[in-house]
Design a protein around this ligand. Structure first.
Ligand code: TEU
Ligand code: CA
Length: 560
């Protein structure tokens, strides 16, 4: 395998530091806590750890509002702790990916504090300032977190752009000084030994020329920036410049977080031969269950159909093959838990079976799999029932706008949608054991635990050889040892195009074939897939194989 593509058979594990392990009893996870769990991660077998932002930050958006890119958030630890973590990972043969949040900074970042002082401040042009239009915002854009995307600053009588919270002003990437400062900062971390970056909303950094108004449909209070800003005119130029200045100088892995990309876009960002990123997180499979009402988007409670899921995942497998590289994921800190969303957490048996089935679906595809903390033990959604349980600003703002301001939804319906889709579902503390606070902390955690931690936790999973944990461990080992999983050709199994219950696909290289058979439903069905007599069952989530009878959430993979 080419050295430059060393990450091709790697598996990444994502840690949300605030929620992983608290070491000093303040109810907030921290770096020392992560260090104490490195042996656990090594046992799972992952190659790379991606940490959500650990920099100095007022924490308006849990670290995605950074006030100093070159300092550690004191709540999480010190630079010495960081070095100990990096060394601990490297000693175990693992690598570290940091979150790079450079579409915006915190409004407390020194650059912004300077920028807002006066129109001729040297930092003014680090951000995007505009005059209003007749006492109104410069255009009709809404922010990702509800409300307008502009904030008026009376000090200089202009508005600044914030695609996310008002405390997250957007950087002006058209200013070459901004780009240089960002690249210098990236090189500083790389020189410390960091192995790569996950780049937050990196396809939003180049804004459309002239920042024009967007269309507004019925019920939409603002134009939807998701349709207006991604993949802007100069984004590829900026990423190539970044690549020349940073990535080309280090052995790195890069993954761009890129909402609203198609396979054609992804091929530009992550072309195997180009000079931009190694891969991107696309969101198409995350949006198949979106509300058809454009004013509601993610707020919905529908389950994704197998037909939509198969078509979408297959499209990405086929279109990127040989040209670009997929990032394979079900979960992250912004998405509900996979087993509650695409699987079935209604009984303990179905929870375990469907978690394994969904893991099988992605872990046999081509790309780099990302596992989000707790996914490897089948953690579920939070089960919150009151608005007061939700901490995340996106959830709270959306409730306020959709229920209280626009009256588009009644409170109970919105609570149902939050229970399904709030980002808090992913952010409840990691469930280590059945003790008070689940072994996460000795203090009440910053965010409520999911109520089921006494049944679902790491200690239980490690003690049960049939647990979701050991299944993931096996999937990871298979990726490390079977080249067909990394390089083989993907194809839908014959006749599977429109099956509403079973998803079946093959992977093939010169020596080996794999047939992956997955039951997406709780029904037992009968399907015939021919395999040679010599085929061996490589992995399965049932104790035996009943051939053409495929049981609820059954997953099995044949090798021949
Ligand atoms: O998320 C970007 C993004 O696309 C999200 O705003 C997404 O639309 C939303 O979370 C789904 O409901 C990144 C980070 O992953 C997220 O945690 C940050 O809040 C956001 O950027 C701003 O930095
Ligand atoms: Ca702590």
């Amino acid at each position: 395998m080419k050295n430059t593509h060393w990450w091709k058979n790697a598996v990444v594990y994502q840690i949300y530091p605030k929620s992983f392990q608290d070491s000093n009893g303040d109810g907030i996870g921290d770096l020392r806590g992560i260090i104490s769990r490195l042996d656990y991660l090594q046992k799972l077998g992952v190659d790379i750890i991606w940490l959500n932002p650990i920099y100095e930050s007022p924490q308006v958006d849990n670290g995605y509002d950074i006030s100093n890119y070159q300092a550690i958030n004191p709540t999480l630890g010190t630079m010495a702790d960081f070095t100990a973590l990096l060394d601990g990972l490297h000693q175990r043969g693992m690598k570290l990916v940091m979150d790079l949040v450079v579409n915006h900074t915190s409004d407390q970042h020194p650059w912004f504090l300077e920028s807002r002082k006066s129109k001729d401040n040297p930092y003014r042009d680090f951000y995007i300032w505009r005059d209003g239009r007749a006492g109104q915002a410069p255009n009709n854009w809404g922010s990702y977190f509800s409300g307008p995307a502009w904030k008026y600053d009376s000090k200089t009588g202009q508005y600044y752009l914030h695609l996310f919270a008002p405390e997250q002003p957007d950087l002006n990437w058209e200013n070459p000084q901004v780009r240089q400062r960002v690249f210098d900062m990236m090189n500083w971390w790389a020189d410390k030994g960091v192995d790569g970056f996950r780049m937050d909303v990196i396809n939003l950094i180049s804004k459309p020329a002239g920042l024009p108004d967007g269309p507004q449909r019925a019920d939409e209070k603002y134009a939807n920036v998701e349709e207006l800003v991604p993949n802007g005119p100069r984004v590829h130029e900026y990423l190539r410049e970044m690549n020349r200045q940073v990535m080309s100088k280090h052995k790195m892995i890069t993954v761009g977080e890129t909402p609203n990309v198609t396979p054609a876009d992804a091929k530009k960002y992550a072309d195997l031969h180009n000079q931009e990123l190694n891969m991107v997180f696309q969101f198409e499979h995350m949006n198949l269950d979106a509300n058809p009402n454009p004013a509601l988007t993610k707020w919905n409670d529908q389950k994704t159909s197998l037909a939509d899921l198969r078509d979408n995942l297959t499209k990405w497998q086929v279109e990127l093959a040989g040209q670009a590289w997929n990032a394979l994921y079900w979960n992250n800190h912004d998405q509900p838990r996979v087993v509650s969303r695409f699987g079935d957490d209604s009984t303990e048996d179905y929870r375990v079976k469907s978690a394994k089935m969904l893991a099988t679906m992605t872990h046999f595809m081509q790309g780099t799999p990302y596992i989000y903390e707790g996914e490897e033990i089948g953690m579920t959604n939070a089960g919150f029932t009151k608005l007061g349980d939700y901490v995340d600003l996106e959830s709270r703002n959306a409730y306020h706008q959709l229920v209280e301001e626009q009256h588009l939804l009644d409170g109970l319906t919105m609570l149902k949608y939050l229970a399904m889709h709030s980002r808090d579902n992913a952010r409840t503390p990691m469930q280590w054991n059945d003790q008070r606070y689940a072994g996460f902390s000795t203090h009440q955690p910053w965010e409520k635990l999911a109520g089921n931690y006494r049944q679902i936790n790491v200690a239980q999973a490690l003690a049960d050889s049939n647990s979701v944990f050991y299944y993931y461990q096996k999937l990871i080992k298979l990726r490390h040892t079977l080249p067909v999983i990394t390089d083989g050709r993907y194809a839908l199994a014959t006749g599977n195009d429109s099956d509403e219950q079973i998803f079946a696909y093959t992977r093939q290289d010169k020596e080996t074939s794999l047939l992956v058979i997955l039951n997406y439903t709780a029904q037992t069905v009968s399907r015939h897939y021919a395999v040679p007599d010599t085929a061996k069952l490589l992995i399965s989530n049932y104790a035996d194989d009943q051939g053409d009878t495929i049981r609820p959430y059954e997953a099995k993979v044949y090798q021949y």
